[in-house]
Design a protein around this ligand. Sequence first.
Ligand SMILES: Nc1ncnc2c1ncn2[C@@H]1O[C@H](COP(=O)(O)OP(=O)(O)OP(=O)(O)O)[C@@H](O)[C@H]1O
Ligand SMILES: [Mg+2]
Length: 314
Amino acid sequence: MIEVSNVTKRFGPTVAVRNVSFSVPRGEVLGLLGPNGAGKTTTMRILTCYMPADEGTARVAGFDVHADPLEVRKRIGYLPENAPLYKEMYALSFLDFLSRVRGIPQSRRKAQIDRVIQTCGLEGVLHKRIGEMSKGYQQRVGLAQTLIHEPEVLILDEPTTGLDPNQIKEIRMLIQEIGREKTIILSTHILPEVQATCNRVLIMRNAELVADGSPQELSRRAAGNELVAVEARGSEDEIRQGLAAVPGVKAVTLVHTEGPFSRFELMTADGKAAAEAVFDAAVRSGWTLRELKAEAVSLEQVFYELTIGEKEDQ
Ligand SMILES: Nc1ncnc2c1ncn2[C@@H]1O[C@H](COP(=O)(O)OP(=O)(O)OP(=O)(O)O)[C@@H](O)[C@H]1O
Ligand SMILES: [Mg+2]
């Protein structure tokens, strides 16, 4: 449904997207994840014909964004970052206005509007001004806007930014619901978001794609690295050196000190074995342990490693 190959986009000396390629099959909900400035919005703007790529090609449903922008726009619903809505308009008039702008024939307009009202749960706010709605409802109106012309593909740029936790949950559920029928790309820098909504994740860093896989696969990439958290009383330096000498410990990071206690995170090959060895070392060295536990490496750490680029920098 979406085919991006070798796309590069520069803004003067800044490379915003560098040689990015990926494809999205019909029906997939793809999360585009990455820190600020990674190139997510730029990638989406190229796909939505909002700006041209300098190099490479992008296709939506077989249509090239450069050669056939009208065909592409027909098939895409786009929710931009900080979506501008007509705040003075009433929700119902806004949807009616959109359906005209989108060129939906009058005979189909009412049915189409009713359909998005139902999908997005807007029944209760139809006669409210958009600017007077809660942020969550404004975002629902934003989603309704992307759906009005029945596109096959939705491109949602940070759809839950600025919402409270309950609203986030509701919008996520709505996206999941819509995702049953449509192909969706959504960008975010919130990890639980992709775990909750996406079947596949792309991670961008510094304009490049650094990972591509299901949330589970990305977590598995971190397998073979387990964390052990240790909190002990004593000289920080002494404990740090002692921990570094424990067999199986690859790296020691100080998390914080709190009074006489220091908390460390150990990167280990085998968390349980390392935790036992740390316990022995603590007994031998006379440190008082307040906490000692092995933790699985989360998707969050995979994201951190991939986007901070520790490995390359070392
Ligand atoms: N119109 C523009 N003019 C100049 N530079 C731009 C423009 N748009 C984006 N950039 C630059 O391109 C890079 C990628 O920006 P982009 O907005 O795509 O990142 P992003 O991943 O969406 O970040 P965020 O998470 O903050 O939304 C950044 O360095 C940004 O400053
Ligand atoms: Mg952005």
